[in-house]
Design a protein around this ligand. Sequence first.
Ligand SMILES: C[S@@+](CC[C@H](N)C(=O)[O-])C[C@H]1O[C@@H](n2cnc3c(N)ncnc32)[C@H](O)[C@@H]1O
Length: 370
Amino acid sequence: MPGQRVFKVLRSSGWRLLLRPDVAYNWWLNRRELARKAVRVRSMPSKIEIEISNRCNLACLHCIRRRPDFHPRLGDMSCETFEAILRQFPRALTLTLTGFGEMLMHPQFLEIVATARRILPHANILGYTNGLLIGKRYSAEEIVRSGLGQIHFSLDAATPETYRKVRNSEEFDRLVGNIRDVLETRKRLGLRKPIVGVNFTIMNDNFQEAPEYVKLAVGLGVDYIARPALIMTAWGYHDGAARITRQELIDVLRETRRVAEELRAPMPLTDYMSDPDGFFADYYENRRDAYKHCIFLWNHVQIDPFGNLKLCCAHPAASIYSWGNLLETPFRELWNSEALQAARRAMREGRLPAAPCAQTCVEPDPILAD
Ligand SMILES: C[S@@+](CC[C@H](N)C(=O)[O-])C[C@H]1O[C@@H](n2cnc3c(N)ncnc32)[C@H](O)[C@@H]1O
């Protein structure tokens, strides 16, 4: 529904957007160029992800950094670099401050958010976090007052035992306490933002807890609950012997949906949540075609802490694949570079835009046990 979509954008980005017709026009143009897979683009991406830190305080089972073949340069983006890069995207509507690191590891996180707010007053500024540094590096009140429009906590478990297995941490209760603290602080301060959500990525070791995850999140009173996410790449399932069967996955998703409906959970029940049987019946075929719907070459750019414009975040190879560096070449120039135009042309002709896309999106995953 175009009307609904416009309302959603206005709600998350704020009504200030109405004062920025250039931003609204860019958003509209971007959608058109994406729809017709334009090779040379006039619009700027409306979604950008700037990974302010790729360091992390955890070592999660399903994380890219657990791969033995993954040795990226790690670090934080300086505030000066952040500002220099962000100024290249004055028409962005959504700015995410996370990649595969932990944004609260950044020693100047509050300054980063304040800068983002100043440069993009109309945008939704959000981040994914493991939430464990709240109460250590930053107080719940600092987070609530920071200017973030949305904060998304990764749970990936509904019990301390499972959290220990998948997130390698003893601090499940602390995380739950921190989510509660952020919600209560927001209420105490009479603020509407940040909007608070949670996430659960399905793995061998946690999939049975997906329905409990919904119960936990409803009990906490978060604003939205993400659908249990299907893992994007194989390493979460690396213990081949214990892979999930198609029926197990379907059953747990059905039960999760039942719980969500019963509790009226704020969780979208679309795609594989609305019809798990149908989705998994043609799973391998759907998966093989998934890359054809990729938006990264038109609208959802990702930038690492050193200014590299990345292919995407879904695979180690993809996340170190760079189209160029924004500290060396202005984004406008890179955006229509020969390489990016060739990649868009490939997508248009049904070919893969870059070599890592084969491992990232074409190989079906999870590879079901049956
Ligand atoms: C990459 S993490 C990093 C941000 C932050 N440190 C956190 O814990 O949320 C962001 C989200 O991606 C999910 N994630 C991590 N590895 C994934 C994978 N291989 N496939 C799908 N989702 C993954 C995590 O569960 C988490 O919710």
